[in-house]
Design a protein around this ligand. Sequence first.
Ligand code: DC
Length: 221
Amino acid sequence: MISIALDGPAGAGKSTVAKNAAKELGFIYVDTGALYRSVGLYFSRNGIGTELNCDIEEILKEINIDLKFINSEQRVFLNGEDVSEAIRTPQASMMASAVSAKPAVRAFLLEMQRKLARENNVLMDGRDIGTVVLPNATLKFFVTASVKERADRRYKELAEKGMDVSYEDVYNDIETRDYNDSHREIAPLKPAEDSIMFDTTGNTLEESVASLLKEIKERIN
Ligand code: DC
């Protein structure tokens, strides 16, 4: 099986680029952020805030998460409910960032991610795929873009979905999450030693997809 790790900060364009590249390669695209978001959603639905004043391990026992690939599109199910849209709100983003700093949560989601890579050719998108989840991945990329560019993209995406958010909130949210994700003790966001840096600043989606595919095809053929 071929596994390609794609790590990098929020909004670097990883998901759109990876989704398109995976289709072209005939791989499944695994969005691991959706797993953390689903856990976060469950916690917030149970009245728990980002400070996570609760017995995390006990609550994890109540959670069952499933990924299904329908027409090669990933859908995420939380205790049987399709939450693929519900996990996309700014509040769910902040909760995802909070729960993802907890070792118990990371351990809870680890095997599911490894199993997907054992059984499929995958392009897996996350923060610690190359460093922790798939240290032996066939290829590893670290995808970045400037904060401003990432905020512009995320704002546009949310506005297109009709969500009522301010640009300032989106910008601050990205900065806060960058900080949290790269300063947490466990599995912080950082490039694996053997990862290839891939900067999407100033590129159109098509340019990024073409250039990622080129990088991949040069190395796996
Ligand atoms: O990629 P995303 O924005 O959907 O991720 C949501 C949060 O989940 C993000 O703040 C960091 C966390 N995350 C993580 O810690 N490890 C991953 N492999 C994927 C996401």
